[in-house]
Design a protein around this ligand. Structure first.
Ligand code: NAG
Ligand code: NAG
Ligand code: NAG
Ligand code: NAG
Length: 358
């Protein structure tokens, strides 16, 4: 009996708690206007409308919402200023929807948005300037879409962006200007695209090498074309094979800038030419030499040498003057009559010798 009571008591307790919780949730919904399809957590300003079969964004979202989960629905487009009713958003998850059309100003007004997740949609392109109105954006996930091109000016000022995910799309290349706009990016996801490892991808290769050197984390860029490089990692293609890209020749232009096979390359490449790597290395070797310090050191040496030789010259001059004067005086007394003693000459000489310092 007592054992059964012990088992049952917590259950009743839990049931009571659940009842209390659901009534609190109900009250909160009434009080804060939580949309019927969503679950709201007022303390966190979090609204979860995921997996509700939604085709549109619920119109009556609480205005103080900071986190909005809209993933796993069937939303297929976003109109301009679609989130104007929730300007405090910091996290927006639109993953696993059917988005194919984003109006140019879709994210307009989201001054505080930090995380935007658009993974698993049907986006084919992203409008230039689509994310211009998001100054705080830190993480952008547009992976698993059908994006074949990214404009160079996707984000205007992306100093705050630390994560950029575009894996599983149909990208063939990535503009270096776009990469350079993400000056703080730390994590980059690029795999499973249709990377075309021709001359256009040299910019990406060089940028990625610097990115990794600075401690950036990335997956991999595996070439999908041309056939020579299919399945190869872009970062493992030797630099010297990109040599023809630096000096475009008619052969390359006719071949649409594709990398050549080793045999063709050997013919094309002059033996005395330096590879990209060599050039980079020589640049790197030149840089660490602190030229200004050397220059300063040389200047100091010249000045010291000048001062020293100046002093030496002065001393020699003084010695010469003294020598000459002494010689002149002794010569004068030698010519003088014999009856004159040498005493005055000695004293005079002493005086001369003593007088300059006095
Ligand atoms: C995507 O959303 C659908 C419902 O719209 C769901 O059935 C499916 O499991 C979701 N996929 C993933 C990977 O979560
Ligand atoms: C976006 O959502 C997917 C699935 O919900 C998740 O795996 C991924 O980590 C999210 N991306 C970011 C940047 O949080
Ligand atoms: C980056 O975020 C900080 C605040 O965290 C903000 O002051 C700054 O303006 C943002 N950068 C840009 C370029 O908007
Ligand atoms: C989009 O990409 C997926 C694979 O990521 C593919 O299965 C699908 O056919 C593509 N859709 C279109 C319209 O290109």
């Amino acid at each position: 009996m007592s054992l059964r009571e012990n088992v049952c008591a917590p259950r009743w307790f839990v049931l009571g708690e659940l009842l209390l919780l659901s009534s609190v949730v109900f009250l909160l919904r009434v009080a804060c206007g939580c949309p019927e399809e969503c679950r709201c957590q007022a303390s966190l300003n979090s609204v979860d409308c995921s997996r509700q079969g939604l085709a549109e964004i619920p119109p009556d979202l609480p205005p103080q919402t900071r986190t909005l989960h809209l993933q796993d629905n069937q939303i297929h487009q976003l109109s301009a200023s679609a989130f104007r009713s929730v300007p405090q958003l910091t996290t927006l998850n639109l993953g696993n929807n059917s988005l194919s059309i984003l109006a140019p100003g879709a994210f307009h007004g989201l001054q505080h948005l930090r995380v935007l997740n658009l993974t698993r949609n049907s986006l084919h392109s992203l409008e230039s300037g689509l994310f211009h109105s998001l100054p705080q954006l830190r993480e952008l996930d547009v992976s698993s879409n059908n994006i074949s091109h990214l404009p160079a000016s996707l984000g205007e000022r992306w100093e705050n962006l630390t994560l950029f995910a575009v894996q599983q799309n149909q990208l063939q290349q990535l503009d270096r200007v776009l990469l350079e706009s993400m000056s703080s990016v730390k994590r980059l996801f690029l795999k499973d695209n249709l990377w075309k490892c021709n001359c256009h991808l040299l910019g990406l290769k060089l940028w990625l090498e610097k990115f990794i050197y600075k401690g950036g984390v990335m997956d991999s860029v595996v070439c999908a074309s041309p056939d020579t490089w299919k399945g190869k990692d872009l970062l493992k293609i030797p630099h010297e094979l990109y040599q023809p890209c630096l000096s475009p020749s008619p052969d390359l232009e006719s071949g649409q800038g594709q990398l050549l096979g080793p045999a063709q390359r050997a013919v094309l490449r002059p033996p005395e030419s330096h590879s990209v790597e060599e050039q980079d290395q020589s640049e790197c070797e030149r840089k660490p030499k602190p030229r200004p310090t050397n220059l300063r050191r040389a200047l100091v040496t010249v000045i010291i040498a000048g001062v020293l030789s100046g002093i030496l010259c002065l001393m020699m001059l003084v010695a010469t003057i003294y020598g000459c004067t002494y010689a002149a005086i002794t010569a004068h007394y030698r010519e003088a009559p014999l009856d004159q003693t040498l005493e005055p000459a000695k004293t005079e000489g002493k005086e001369l010798l003593d007088s300059p310092p006095a």
